[in-house]
Write a protein that binds this ligand. Structure first.
Ligand code: SDX
Length: 392
């Protein structure tokens, strides 16, 4: 029974849900959003186009997409009192902890919960979440730097706004590099959804009690933070820096990762579902090469990453366990080249994953799924008689 999942037709109390959103084939390394191949979407679509697809089920027409972008712009102002909350954090607070708190705090300023049964109410909730989340996500960085908090600029696109919100300063104009915007758009698409991963399952679980959308997303942010999940992209960079400091000796780290006595794992390697190459890792690895050369960035960590990947893929331990690079292995190399600080890498993951979390929350609620209630196999003590404290 341990680990078995009962596929209960009623889906009550089973560990498995029905979903029309994302298809994964771990053996073949296939990933599709609403039936569209991730390779096509990463190559031909924009992040907001894919967000619309994930949430509403169809690729939007050019007119609908323009309307969606404009409707998001209506909600990008964040209540000024939210600044009192962010001011309560020390500059050293990890951005993911601040983001989770600010996301939950959005409920206080938008108390009317999203009525998932009402189309226009739901649509407004979607636009509000996508608009405000981007702004507060960048505020976590601005706070850590002691910079003034920026506002969304309605004359710019969504990903351009991300760069502007993050890096523009009142001391002078900020030039947005289109190569960077294009790379980020692709990265956000590649992170947009991934069926029932840890953070998405958390969003569905919290949402199944009919907690609000902001509260459910806030819980997803916390789950994503862990180094075994979205936090791995930050851990990969820290690992590559350590290897670099050790003179690039990748074999020493391969050995460490195989040593059962040592808790060290090769970060960015392995996956619960993919027992083949993570298709996203392939696309990101190619993009890393292209972005670094077009920006004229030479990063020794990219060479180390490629050397480490080659050594691991030739190693029996990794081959026998089908451990391949996952989405987190190369993404940090690109973020670093784009000037994103390491402790913001998982926030980048969260910005990308937001439309997937919203789509999955909406599906769970529209399917009227019962409150999540996993069961257990009890392995504790049989019935025991109580013993008074002076007799123990
Ligand atoms: C993400 O679920 C998703 O879809 C997640 C995600 C998404 O888009 O939402 O794809 C994003 O979270 C990607 C994963 C990022 N995490 C990391 O890169 C952290 C390093 N990876 C591992 O911790 C691990 O591979 C997991 C957590 C990703 C998967 O763990 P599993 O499938 O539970 O693997 P396991 O723990 O059962 O390990 C199986 C064997 C064990 O060895 P044995 O007991 O058989 O001897 O493989 C070993 C593990 O020790 N192993 C590793 C390893 N990963 C697994 N050994 C060294 N380095 C690794 N990275």
């Amino acid at each position: 029974v341990t680990g078995a999942i009962t596929f209960d037709p009623g889906y009550k109390n089973s560990g498995v849900c029905k979903s029309d959103i994302t298809f994964l084939d771990g053996e073949e390394g296939i990933l599709r959003y609403r039936g569209y191949a991730i390779e096509d979407l990463a190559d031909k679509a924009s992040f907001l186009e894919v967000s619309y697809l994930l949430i509403f089920g169809e690729l939007p027409s050019a007119k609908t997409l323009e309307q969606f972008e404009n409707d998001i712009r209506k909600y990008t102002l964040v209540n000024e009192e939210m600044k009192n909350i962010i001011d309560g954090f020390p500059k050293t607070a990890h951005p993911m902890g601040v983001l989770s708190a600010l996301t939950s705090a959005l409920t206080a300023f938008n108390p009317k919960s999203v009525n998932v049964e009402n189309q226009s109410d739901l649509y407004e909730g979607v636009c509000k979440t996508i608009g405000k989340f981007l702004v507060i996500a960048t505020w976590t960085y601005r706070k850590s730097m002691g910079y003034p908090l920026n506002y969304y600029d309605n004359t710019k696109g969504y990903v351009e706004n991300f760069m502007n919100l993050m890096f523009s300063l009142p001391t002078g104009p900020y030039k947005i590099n289109p190569i960077v915007v294009d790379a980020l758009d692709k990265l956000f698409i590649l992170h947009a959804d991934h069926e029932q991963n840890c953070s998405t399952s958390t969003v569905r679980m919290v949402g199944s009690s009919h907690a609000g959308l902001f509260a459910s997303i806030s819980a997803g942010v916390s789950a994503l933070w862990g180094p075994l999940h979205g936090g791995a992209n930050q851990a990969v960079l820290e690992m590559l820096e350590e290897i670099n400091k050790a003179g690039g000796d990748v074999d020493k780290f391969i050995l460490k990762a195989k040593d059962k006595e040592d808790p060290f794992r090769l970060m960015g390697f392995g996956h619960r579902v993919y027992k083949n190459f993570d298709p996203r890792a392939k696309i990101i690895k190619k993009a890393a090469d292209e972005v670094l050369s077009s920006l004229g960035v030479k990063d020794p960590l990219l060479d180390i990453a490629m050397k480490l990947e080659k050594a691991a893929l030739e190693d029996e331990y990794f081959k026998s366990r089908s451990l391949y690079p996952n989405v987190d292995f190369y993404s940090g190399i690109i973020y670093r080249a784009l000037g994103i600080p390491t402790d913001m890498f998982t926030v980048m993951f969260a910005i990308g994953r937001l439309p997937g979390w919203i789509a999955q929350w909406k599906e769970m609620r529209l399917n009227k799924e019962p409150i999540g209630r996993p069961r257990q196999v009890y392995t504790g003590s049989p019935l025991r008689d109580f013993v008074a404290a002076d007799k123990r």
